[in-house]
Design a protein around this ligand. Sequence first.
Ligand code: PLP
Length: 393
Amino acid sequence: MKKYGELKPSERILMGPGPSNVDPRVLRAMSAPILGHLDPEFLEIMNETMELLRFVFQTKNQLTMAMPGTGSAGMETVLANLIEEGDKVIVCVNGVFGGRMLDICQRLKADVTTVEAPWGKIIEPEQVKEALEKTKAKFVAIVHAETSTGVLQPLEEISTLCKQYDAMILVDCVTSLAGCTVEIDKWGIDAAYSGTQKCLSCPPGLSPVTFSENAQKIINNRKSKVPIWYLDLTMIQNYWGQQRAYHHTAPINMNYALREALRIIYEEGLEQRFARHELNSKALKSGLEAMGIKMWAQEGHRLPMLTSAVIPEGVDDLQVRKYLLSNYGIEIGGGLGEGKGKVWRIGTMGYTCNEKNVLLFLTALESALKEQGYKIETGIGASTAMEIYSKKS
Ligand SMILES: *Cc1c(COP(=O)(O)O)cnc(C)c1O
């Protein structure tokens, strides 16, 4: 008879595009006793989770909650609840996740116009303006932090344009939320979604979403039913809202995890958290550049939680990643789509984002690159990063 051993996953340093490492407090919360999904204690946990989500999203939106499923479930929730067949939608595509939004909009049979930028570059507001003028679209869908390229998309100007042209702006905040400024209300974002396993530093499994009052009205006045039963907010809002009407069973212990992850963020403070991401990202990027490694994303628009670094000529992508994992327990991401084989994606997200990990990574990478015959001055990456840290304190 085949024997199945005890589950013993290795300790990893997760410096890829997600999942990120999880604070032990979050894992402890997950192992708390399970409650019934309509237990008054669980309902209170849901209420507090909604409050904390409003805090990280910086919003007063009533319809703010955590959907079951990963970030892509949030993407589908936002798009499928708001868009109806034939609706005019502008989708901004400059990476994999913009492409995924486009795919979903097409499946929803929307009348789609794409606005594209080369991978590694931002979408320019002027491009969106032109498309709005031409199409009079009802929705603009855009990614805030494009994890496939490492680009941070400025949103304020595009959001203002959407207001001028009477379009709603729907934003992917999967990677940006809790890692850099996300101001749903101040920026006038109509709907947004995220995922638990990036800068929220919680295991994958839930997808926070938020909808403005206007967006909620659109959902509740649809001509047709939401095409996906499981993600239909016209029903789910009654479960997370006052009525507590059963729709599906909430993933109880995942909600414990999210509440604890959010509580940790609340204790740290958003400004401090963003500053921590800025500092570690700066140290990492400076260290890499000192090693002769170039950044892929457009200067001035680089993500603080994900660095896309161009793989040096003659260096074997897979060998380096294997070396990091087997010798140092460090995981980084390979390229996606156009970045495949061309870049590494190095995450400094949430709990993973600290000086110790950055310095270890730079040292480990040096060793991996030397193994490949790549010439680097010994210690130059880590010492350059350390200079950034010492300036700070
Ligand atoms: C990770 C990611 C997603 C998809 O999330 P999953 O959890 O993998 O479903 C969507 N958008 C962006 C920008 C992401 O980084």
